[in-house]
Design a protein around this ligand. Structure first.
Ligand code: NAI
Ligand code: MG
Length: 334
C-alpha cells in the first residue's frame, strides 16, 4: 500500500486543536501515513524568528499534501510578514479552491454543490502599489498574464471533468476592465475548445454576486480572478453553513495546502468549543487530491451523519467538545 507523506502545519490559536483532531481522523482510515509537523505563524516567529522557516517550505514541497490549521496575525510588529501570503507565493500555489456544498440539517440552502476556482497569485493582489502626487494619489496595478490565466482556467476545466460537472462560469468585468478581464475572458474561451464536453458560460462579477444570492444552485464551477474570487467565495460559503464548516485548498504544481477558512479564534483556545468540521472537510479535499476519493466521500458522509444526529459542537447547536465530536466521526468511519 502506498504511504502518504503529509505535512501538518498546526499554527496558532485553535490550529493545533483542529489539526490534532484531523490527524486522529486520518489515522483511523485504512491508509498508511507519514506525518511531519512543522512550524508556521506567530508562535513559530517567537520561537525561531521567522513565521515561515525555510525548513517548513521544504517539508511542504516534499510532502504529498499539506494540512494547515490557522495562524494569528500579531499586532504591529515591524518586519513581520503574513506566512499565508508568503507560503502561497513561494510555493506558487496558483489555484485557490473553495467547495460550497449544501449540508443537510444545517442552515444551509439546499441543492448547492459548486466549487469556486480563484486565481491566487496575481490580479489586483499583485502587490504593486504606490503613492504619487505627495500621497494624494494611490495606485494599485492589476496584473493579468496569459500564463497564469491559462493554468487556472485549465485547472477549472480539469476539475469540472473529474467531478462530472457540466458547466463552468467564467466571471469577469470585461465590459469595463477591457484589458485585464478581456485577456482572462478570451483565454477562457480559447481553452474551452479543448473541452467540448463542458459548457463555458460567462457572467459579469456584479451579476454573479446577485445570482449567487438569488439562485446559488445554478452554479457548478466558477473560475475567476483573485479579488473577485476572494469576495465571491466568502459570499458563497455563507449559504452552506459559514466558517465552522468552510474549507479550502491551495494548489500548485509541486505542492498543495488544504486548510479551514477560519482563523485562529484565540478566544476559543482550550475551551473545547472549536468546531473541527472545517478542518475535516479540508482533510477530505486533501484525500480527493491524493486520489483517495472513496475515503474522502466516506469522511464527508460521516460528518454529515454527525450533523444529522446533532453530534456537533456548540456553534452548530450541539453540546460536544472538539475531542468528543472527533470521536463521533471516527466511530462512523469504523
Ligand atoms: P476567526 O475565523 O478566527 O474567528 C471569527 C469568529 O468565528 C469568531 O467568533 C470565532 O470564535 C469563530 N470561529 C472561528 N473558527 C471557529 C471554529 N472552528 N469553531 C467555532 N467557531 C469558530 O477570525 P478573526 O477572529 O477575525 O481572527 C482571529 C485571528 O485569526 C486573527 O489573528 C486573524 O488575523 C487570524 N486569521 C487567520 C486566518 C488563517 O490562518 N488563514 C484566516 C482568518 C483570520
Ligand atoms: Mg477572504
Amino acid at each position: 500500500m502506498k504511504r502518504y507523506r503529509i505535512c501538518l502545519l498546526p499554527g496558532d490559536g485553535i490550529g493545533p486543536e483542529v489539526i490534532a483532531s484531523a490527524r486522529n481522523v486520518l489515522e483511523s482510515l485504512p491508509l498508511e501515513w507519514d506525518f511531519v509537523e512543522c512550524g508556521i505563524g506567530y508562535d513559530e516567529y517567537q520561537r525561531s524568528g521567522s513565521p515561515l522557516p525555510d525548513s517548513t517550505i521544504e517539508q511542504i514541497r516534499n510532502a504529498d499534501a499539506t494540512l494547515f490549521g490557522a495562524v494569528t496575525t500579531p499586532p504591529n510588529i515591524p518586519n513581520y510578514f503574513s506566512p499565508v501570503v508568503q507560503m502561497r507565493q513561494t510555493l506558487e500555489l496558483y489555484a485557490n479552491l473553495r467547495p460550497c456544498r449544501s449540508i443537510p440539517h444545517t442552515s444551509s440552502r439546499p441543492n448547492i454543490d459548486m466549487i469556486i476556482v480563484r486565481e491566487n497569485t496575481e490580479g489586483l493582489y499583485s502587490g504593486i502599489e504606490r503613492l504619487e502626487d505627495d500621497g494624494n494619489k494611490a495606485i494599485t496595478e492589476r496584473i493579468i498574464t496569459r500564463k497564469s490565466s491559462e493554468r487556472i482556467i485549465r485547472k477549472a476545466f480539469e476539475l469540472a471533468r473529474s467531478t462530472n460537472r457540466k458547466t463552468i462560469h467564467v466571471v469577469h468585468k470585461a465590459n469595463v476592465l477591457r484589458q485585464t478581464c478581456g485577456l482572462f475572458r478570451s483565454v477562457a474561451f480559447e481553452i474551452a475548445k479543448d473541452y467540448p464536453d463542458i459548457i463555458l458560460q460567462e457572467m459579469l462579477v456584479d451579476t454573479c454576486a446577485m445570482e449567487l444570492v438569488r439562485a446559488p444552485e445554478q452554479f457548478e464551477v466558477i473560475v475567476t480572478t483573485n479579488l473577485f474570487g476572494d469576495i465571491l467565495s466568502d459570499e458563497a460559503c455563507m449559504f452552506v453553513g459559514g466558517l465552522g464548516v468552510a474549507s479550502s485548498g491551495n494548489i500548485g504544481t509541486d505542492a498543495a495546502v488544504f486548510e479551514p477558512v477560519h482563523g485562529s479564534a484565540p478566544t476559543l483556545v482550550g475551551t473545547g468549543n472549536a468546531n473541527p468540521i472545517a478542518t475535516f472537510l479540508a482533510a477530505a479535499m486533501m484525500l480527493d487530491h491524493i486520489h483517495e476519493l472513496e475515503h474522502a466521500n466516506r469522511l464527508r458522509s460521516s460528518i454529515e451523519d454527525c450533523i444529522a444526529n446533532n453530534q456537533v459542537t456548540i456553534d452548530l447547536g450541539g453540546s460536544l467538545t472538539t475531542v468528543q465530536m472527533t470521536l463521533q466521526v471516527i466511530q462512523r468511519l469504523n
